[in-house]
Write a protein that binds this ligand. Structure first.
Ligand code: G3P
Ligand code: CA
Length: 257
């Protein structure tokens, strides 16, 4: 995996901070991302969507309801409306005033820093715009993409083959297991000039896929670790890339196997 040429699993897994560090700070906020970086995350995971007036912002859910003090669908709100919301206060009053980050703000925070940004596309049709913003910040070598949309990742690969791409795979999203497995394998086989990863939920498909990927010498990331027991279990099985809400477990205080 070209972004980590010298890293081996024996030293430490490649830790991706899922939406920042939601166990310690509000998800998908700048304060959470900075915390992830300070804790030594190798990657910072985030979710990109487009506003009603065509701006890229960071939000996991379709609506702002759960994580902010506002209501409404991201696609139905303007950037100005979204930026007027508080994305920290519901988590804890001490985070009051945190805003929903723009994608640009997220990128700019980490320019030239020793961290990879793991960017998930939550929308179709924003591939070119996402690439344009990454390029305009000169960060093509600092970003990995991922999506549940295979076609989206393939389009990204056509536009910018130098960007690593990952197909998100979960046994719980709609579609048969066999269909997803077929898509995942298609994804892993897709393209030869770039890194391709398979980012699977760790529960049901872990053992099968980690073996498949390791045999091919390819990277796989697995999500979302929120409890210590499965973490330890999968690390023992050779987990390379945990995506976790608890970055602090593996960076500040690495688990002893
Ligand atoms: O990084 C994998 C994970 O983020 C995919 O699921 O729903 O948390 O975006 P979700
Ligand atoms: Ca995500």
């Amino acid at each position: 995996f070209s972004q980590y040429p010298e890293r081996t699993i024996i030293q430490r897994p490649i830790v991706a901070a899922h939406r920042g560090v939601p166990s310690m700070a509000p998800e998908n906020t700048m304060v959470g991302y900075r915390m992830a970086y300070d804790l030594g995350a190798d990657q910072i995971e985030t979710d990109v969507q487009i506003t009603k007036d065509g701006h890229l912002v960071i939000m996991h859910d379709d609506t702002v309801n759960r994580t902010t003090n506002g209501t409404g669908a991201v696609h139905q709100l303007t950037l100005e409306e979204i930026r007027s919301l508080d994305a920290g206060i519901k988590y804890d009053e001490k985070f009051a005033g945190e805003k929903v980050p723009t994608f640009k703000e997220f990128l700019q925070e980490f320019i030239g820093k020793d961290v990879v940004l793991l960017v998930e596309l939550k929308d179709h049709g924003i591939e070119q715009q996402v690439i344009d913003e990454i390029k305009s910040e000169g960060m093509m070598d600092q970003v990995s993409m991922q999506s549940f949309y295979l076609d989206s990742m393939q389009l990204m690969n056509e536009i910018a083959p130098e960007l690593p791409i990952g197909y998100l795979f979960s046994a719980s999203v709609p579609g048969s297991y066999d269909a997803k497995l077929k898509n995942a394998k298609k994804m892993v086989d897709y393209g030869t000039s770039n890194d391709v990863t398979l980012n699977a939920s760790y529960g049901t498909v872990y053992a099968e896929f980690i073996k498949y990927m390791r045999q091919r010498g390819q990277m796989s990331m697995h999500w979302t670790f929120r409890a210590e027991a499965p973490f330890v279990d999968k690390l023992k099985q050779g987990l390379i890339g945990p995506i976790t809400d608890y970055t602090q477990w593996l960076t500040a205080s690495p688990i002893q196997l």
